[in-house]
Ligand binder design. Structure first.
Ligand SMILES: *[C@@H]1O[C@H](CO)[C@@H](O)[C@H](O)[C@H]1NC(C)=O
Length: 368
């Protein structure tokens, strides 16, 4: 009997492993399977193993969509349930991955109190010191208060643990971000396509976007290229850029693009090998995401000592144009960089930030 039950446990473990290998939601990644009534005190989860596939620590609440907090109604975008992490609370889950491969985590979250809330995402095992992502949950980018966030990591084992932790120290334990869905995606090593010196220039490779959400996924600031959830690219400055899909946005080419949502505070960059003295063309598309982001936009592209400002008139209805920067390389490594000159807000009275879209970026050398 003992043998049989351990066999069943083993079988379940294998099935779990097999199912978590594919891209998408983690097992019970949207928290639809919740605690039993006996494992709840009000909304507070009292048993660390009450949420299937997850282990919790600290003040974690299990929130049903439509639940009230003060005069605010909490809305959950995917399914009916979410978890809220109080101060210093965390949730974690073990999943099977491929050792040595890069992955990105995507999760949907919203803050519930007035102050700035943060979430700390980390993975174990991890031999790199200080390798965690503290992501500000600002909800300034989407109309409905929810945003999705991404974070990239290198798997250092076939079995890893993902930890999401609220490092906040507020007085009210019932303050803290809500988390709704957690997904993972294996990232292919960025490659150069024929006729393009840039990696992932069309942004087709990137973090998981929840198919039923219409707000894309944010690529957090200060991201180095070796851990980027957007392979090949770095986010140089202090604010995020948004990764968008053609299912919900206007995308100039293919199915993915980047929306520069934070003005000069966020720049997208890639470093390429160049030959000093040689002339190169940087060709790219700029447009709008068909998301009521209207106005006179400007995208600034720079490479080496070359700089171009490309204006784009957005009616918020989609559309794009091609632009080109020719420059002479001054070094063996050239930094190609894009940013939006201005801030923009959606014309839907939500005050959410938006901006020009960048796609299909190519770098070619020109024979003299
Ligand atoms: C984030 O989490 C990691 C891993 O648990 C921890 O080592 C680190 O101190 C945390 N950082 C902050 C700012 O809370």
């Amino acid at each position: 009997m003992k043998r049989v039950s351990s066999l069943i446990v083993l079988l379940c473990a294998i099935l779990h492993i097999a199912s978590s290998l594919s891209d998408g939601l983690l097992p019970n990644g949207n928290f639809e399977n919740g605690p039993k009534p006996s494992q709840l005190k009000g909304t507070k989860v009292t048993d660390p193993h009450a949420i299937p596939f997850w282990e919790i620590s600290g003040f974690v609440e299990y929130i049903k969509s439509g639940q009230k907090q003060g005069d605010m109604v909490l809305v959950v975008p995917q399914g009916a349930s979410a978890v809220r992490l109080g101060d210093e609370a965390s949730i974690k889950t073990k999943i099977s991955v491929t050792n040595g491969m890069f992955y990105s985590i995507s999760f949907s979250a919203t803050r519930t109190c007035a102050q700035e809330e943060k979430l700390n995402v980390s993975v174990t095992p991890n031999t790199e010191p200080k390798d965690f992502g503290v992501l500000p949950i600002q909800t300034v980018y989407s109309s409905d208060g929810w945003d999705s966030y991404s974070w990239g990591f290198l798997a250092q084992s076939n079995l890893i643990e993902i930890v999401i932790h609220n490092p906040g120290r507020e007085k009210d334990p019932a303050c803290g971000p809500l988390i709704d869905s957690v997904a993972i995606k294996a990232l292919r090593k960025p490659t150069r396509q024929r006729g393009n010196m840039l990696k992932n220039g069309n942004f087709e490779e990137g973090p998981y976007i929840f198919p039923k959400t219409n707000w894309g996924v944010l690529i957090p600031p200060n991201i180095e290229d070796d851990h980027s959830p957007l392979p090949g690219w770095m986010i140089e400055s202090i604010k995020a850029v948004k990764y968008i899909d053609s299912g919900h946005f206007g995308v100039p080419e293919g199915t993915r693009a980047v929306e520069l949502v934070a003005g000069r505070e966020s720049a997208l960059a890639q470093i390429v090998k160049t030959i000093p003295g040689k002339t190169y063309d940087l060709i790219f598309s700029i447009g709008d995401a068909k998301n009521s982001c209207e106005g006179s936009m400007m995208v600034e592209a720079s490479a080496g000592r070359g700089l171009i400002q490309v204006p784009y008139e957005s009616k918020g209805a989609g559309g794009f144009k091609r632009a080109k920067l020719s420059f002479k390389a001054v070094s063996t490594r050239t930094r190609v960089r894009f940013l939006s000159t201005f801030y923009h807000m959606k014309s839907d009275n939500t005050g959410s930030l938006c901006g020009p879209v960048l796609d299909d970026v190519r770098l070619v050398s020109i024979r003299s």
